[in-house]
Design a binder for this molecule. Sequence first.
Ligand code: PDD
Length: 282
Amino acid sequence: MTIYYVNGSYQSRSKALISVEDRGFNFSDGVYEVIGFSKQKLLNFKKHTVRLKRSLNNLNISHPFKNFKSLELIISNLINLNSTENGFIYLQITRGSAKRNHLFPKNVSPNVVIFTFSNKDLKNLIKGVSVGISQDLRWLRCDIKSISLLPNLLEKQKASDKGFYEIWQSRNNQITEGSTSNAFIINTKNVIFTHPANNLILGGVTRDCVINIAKRNGFLVKEKSFTINDIQKCKEAFLTSTTVGVLPVIKIDKCIINKGKPGNITLKIMELYNKYLIKQIK
Ligand code: PDD
């Protein structure tokens, strides 16, 4: 039986309930994190908590946990109760429950929901995925990990209907990021490009780790946006997210990348990132 954490207690699915007046439900007034775990150990936990704190502060939602050590304990208990070795945590915090009113209610406690989930098999995806290109329809605070994901959903669905795995969004002719991942290309001089971590993208935890790992291993990384024209000339491409790690991109719109095969630099970065995760569970 799957166990869910809801506002201080661990419940079965039928008892894991949230008010119909939850502001996340009514207004998407909340934030979330997706955190990986392996051998029951949380991966990149510190970086996720730094981003969570930032998202909460930006939306003026009060912090529901005494500190992040207590959050870690709550999550560890949940993983234990679910007897899951490897997987992901979905953590959602909304402003709380109150009569529907656009203005922030006074004296509400945030609603917290946490559950575990597992990912589909990555075996086929690591051979390389295709991505489409669409207009970035989102707001100008994509750096907040808000639960309001409608533009991401719409674009991802449209892409999926056309047979693409992911969609890379373009604003003013610059690729910002994917609908659920960060976007990277590598040019013919082996320079890795990705959009800077500003208000136009979600500063991905995987993105951040990959940039640091790549730099430490002698690769040149430029946090500079790239265009569709740059894509047409690029040598390799990949995307990053907590749920898939590093995935080679072998087709972007109609453009075949590296003859439809994962590139050598991408493969090296995948290997280095996996080693980096394994180190955290030893
Ligand atoms: N999505 N950009 C967007 C818009 C995302 O939704 C995500 C992750 C990322 C990558 O961030 P990270 O490396 O921290 O996972 C970038 C999660 C996994 C999701 O919504 O399920």
